[in-house]
Structure formats: structure tokens, C-alpha cells
Ligand binder design. Structure first.
Ligand SMILES: C[S@@+](CC[C@H](N)C(=O)[O-])C[C@H]1O[C@@H](n2cnc3c(N)ncnc32)[C@H](O)[C@@H]1O
Length: 220
């Protein structure tokens, strides 16, 4: 499999250095994610914060896209959604996720084009994974395309990551700066009405979120 184009990628982030989206480990992500990791990547308090954001913002009965998904989606267990589509890197992780009704393995750094029609989803989420995206604007524009206008897009993250796989700009920033970076990704992709959430316990993993609403589609 070929590597993504050398940075700067075709549609990259204006104002950031050309190497902002490089990783310490330049090997294809498929090699890193070949082994399933059936673990939680954040502690129970941070997971509870994610669940509470999802409970508040994801309408029951909606069709959800869980991007960069694994064996857990952190959706409130007592709420039934119409469907939950998971896109991730490891087939065993996705197979073990009981919330998913559709599963697809796709490397978004190799191919940021999502395999769905316009307006297919009512909500989208990326949980503790946005730091691995090397082509965030392309991916976020694709999310805007597959979401119905005014649908909610929630990006949650903590201060944990696989450092060799996080992009350089993520490693250079922290906390609220990550919120600003993700908000900038969303703005560049057309998301509107951006809001943020912060959960910072004295002991335990912090959890930040950036939330946006999908834009209306421009006429063809
Ligand atoms: C830290 S785990 C988080 C998984 C899950 N969202 C959660 O909340 O536990 C990072 C996930 O990002 C996904 N991921 C990493 N690089 C990716 C890529 N290039 N394309 C698509 N997904 C990717 C992997 O499948 C992995 O499961």
C-alpha cells in the first residue's frame, strides 16, 4: 500500500508549517492497527463525560456515524439509535462493538473520501482519535457532506495518545489549544455554531469536546 502524499497534502491547513501533519512513525497506519486493542483509551470518568455529551446531543432514533471507531462507541447504553456505522482500522475491534449496525475498515490517511451518499447521517462523532488524522480538512469536509444540514458533529479528545502516531501539530499543543485546532478544522470544513466542552477532574483523565453543526449543501 502506498504512503499518503508527502506533506503538504493537496488540501492542507493554511498557516501551519508543511510538516504539521507528519508522524514520528511514518509506516502505514494499517501496520500499527493490525493487532486489535480491546482496551479503553480513557478512564471511567472521561468515558462518563463522553456518554453524557452523547446523551445530551445525539437524538434517539438517529443514524450515527462513529468515525475512527473501535470495540466501544461510548453511546448511552439505555438509548436505541436507528443505526450506528463504525469506520475504523481493525476488523476485530469493529466486530466486537455491539453498538455498530454497519462496519467498515478504511484508512482515512490513505483515503479520506467516505463511502456514503450525501446526507446519509443525522450525527457524527470522533472519540479520542482526531489526533491521528493527517488530512483533517478533507475528512471533515467529507463528514459535512454525509451529514444532513444542521446535524451534530462531536469531536472528543483527552491528553492521551499513541505519540508515534499523533501528528506533529497535535504533539506541539495541549488542552485548550487542541480545542482551538479542532475548532479550526471544523470551521475550515464549513461547520457552524461551534461550541466546546471541558471536563477537568483533579485526578483522572481530562476530556475536551468541540461540537459543530453541519452546513447546508451548496447548490450544484
Ligand atoms: C485510541 S483509539 C479510539 C477508538 C474509539 N474511538 C474509542 O473511543 O475508544 C484510535 C482509533 O482510531 C482509529 N484510527 C487511527 N488511525 C486511523 C486512520 N488512519 N483511519 C481510520 N481510523 C483510524 C483506529 O481504528 C483506532 O481504533
Amino acid at each position: 500500500m502506498s504512503q499518503p502524499a508527502e506533506p503538504p497534502y493537496p488540501e492542507q491547513f493554511p498557516g501551519l508549517p508543511a510538516n504539521a501533519f507528519t508522524k514520528f512513525d511514518p509506516a502505514p497506519d494499517a501496520e500499527f492497527y493490525i493487532q486489535p486493542r480491546l482496551v479503553n483509551h480513557i478512564d471511567d470518568g472521561a468515558i462518563a463525560a463522553v456518554i453524557s455529551i452523547y446523551r445530551e446531543l445525539l437524538p434517539p432514533d438517529c443514524e450515527i456515524l462513529d468515525l475512527m471507531s473501535s470495540w466501544v462507541s461510548h453511546l448511552p447504553p439505555d438509548i436505541t439509535y436507528r443505526g450506528v456505522t463504525g469506520l475504523g482500522m481493525n476488523v476485530e475491534e469493529l466486530a466486537a462493538n455491539p453498538r455498530l449496525t454497519r462496519r467498515i475498515v478504511q484508512d482515512l490517511n490513505q483515503n479520506p473520501v467516505l463511502p456514503w451518499e450525501n446526507d446519509e447521517f443525522d450525527a457524527a462523532a470522533i472519540c479520542v482519535s482526531v489526533q491521528y488524522l493527517q488530512r483533517p480538512i478533507e475528512v471533515f469536509k467529507e463528514i459535512a457532506r454525509v451529514l444532513r444540514p444542521d446535524s451534530t458533529f462531536i469531536v472528543c479528545f483527552s491528553n492521551r495518545c499513541f505519540p508515534t502516531k499523533a501528528v506533529a501539530i497535535w504533539r506541539a499543543l495541549q488542552g485548550h489549544q487542541h480545542q482551538q485546532l479542532v475548532a479550526a478544522y471544523m470551521q475550515s470544513a464549513g461547520f457552524q455554531n461551534l461550541t466546546t466542552r471541558s471536563f477537568a477532574p483533579e485526578n483522572g483523565d481530562p476530556l475536551w469536546a468541540v461540537i459543530g453543526l453541519a452546513p447546508a449543501k451548496s447548490p450544484a
